[in-house]
Unconditional design. Structure first.
Length: 313
């Protein structure tokens, strides 16, 4: 049990430090996306070779076992790009905290309505209570003393970006349940999921390239090579960390159960805030009141995720 708790904290630490790494690299959103995809795909390939016998046995025979994780990865590519854009719009710590909180709300609703994971009155009470706590936490986290119109517009734009990101990230997270519930190991879905990530990301790169070409018609020297600059390759660190968090959560759920594994992994929002304050100096852009409310908001989001953890069977 003790080692299970340690393993369950690995995803929280790795997911929590990723926004800070992104903030330090300061790449364009599409470069961050491409680098993350390459790193995560490499990790998935390594896991596949380490679990080859089990993975091949799980993946053969039913095309849905390949298609559903592929679609999951494809949706991830869209959601992850918008998440990176939210960091630019709202700041790293605020964007990540709001994204995590909203993701928890949407994921809980998806699990309740689609997978019928809540069966008892206690589960419904804790679940909807957790959603309320998380929403309050998100509000406090995004609170700003400034009242200028441009700040409100920026906040609303950022919230819209976060909403789009989390809709796709919830599909990424929940779709694999349709096959893992059929005795398919979570590690077996990582490779087809990685193919979906690659296809989705390269389509996004192509779209970005075409849009940039339209903006820069007077610059025929504009080439695809801009997507493969040094910052893109540095962003593969984020992908490797993301892959490590993924596999850590899979094994943590096996060792201590979904409730504890999921709950501890979502404390990544607390780690993210700490790392952002220490290494990105996010606190310098906040008033004392905003800083206090941000910390209180993070604590409420973490508390909400603990409540959701108790709803899991």
């Amino acid at each position: 049990m003790e080692w299970g708790i340690v393993v369950a904290l690995i995803p929280a630490l790795l997911w929590g430090i990723n926004p800070t790494i992104v903030g330090k690299i300061k790449a364009k959103s599409i470069q961050q996306q491409l680098g993350t995809t390459l790193g995560a795909s490499f990790f998935a390939l390594v896991v596949f070779f380490c679990t080859m016998k089990q993975s091949i046995n799980d993946l053969q025979g039913d095309y849905l076992v390949l298609l559903i994780p592929f679609l999951s990865g494809f949706f991830w590519s869209i959601g992850q790009l918008f998440q990176y854009k939210s960091f630019l719009a709202l700041g790293t710590s605020t964007g990540f905290a709001l994204g995590t909180g909203l993701n928890l709300v949407l994921n809980a609703l998806f699990s309740c309505l689609v997978f019928r994971e809540w069966q008892t009155g206690l589960q419904y009470g804790l679940g909807f209570g957790a959603i309320a706590v998380i929403i309050v936490g998100c509000f406090l986290n995004s609170y700003t003393v400034k009242k200028e119109k441009k700040d409100r517009v920026t906040l609303l734009k950022g919230l819209l970006i976060v909403l789009v990101a989390d809709v796709f990230l919830v599909l990424y997270a929940d779709l694999p349940k349709m096959v893992t519930m059929k005795s398919v190991q979570g590690t077996s879905t990582l490779l087809p999921q990685a193919f979906g990530m690659i296809v989705g990301t390269f389509l996004l790169v192509l779209v970005t390239h075409l849009l940039e070409r339209r903006k820069k018609k007077a610059e025929p020297e504009f080439e695809m090579t801009q997507f493969f600059e040094k910052k893109t390759w540095l962003s593969t660190i984020v992908g490797l960390s993301f892959g490590g968090a993924n596999i850590g959560l899979i094994y943590a759920n096996q060792m201590v159960g979904n409730a504890i594994g999921f709950t501890l992994s979502q404390t990544c929002v607390a780690f993210s805030t700490i790392f952002a304050f220490l290494f990105l100096k996010d606190y310098q852009n906040k008033t004392k009141k905003e800083l206090i409310l941000t910390i209180l908001g993070v604590l409420l989001i973490v508390g909400g995720c603990v409540m959701i953890g108790f709803t899991m069977r």
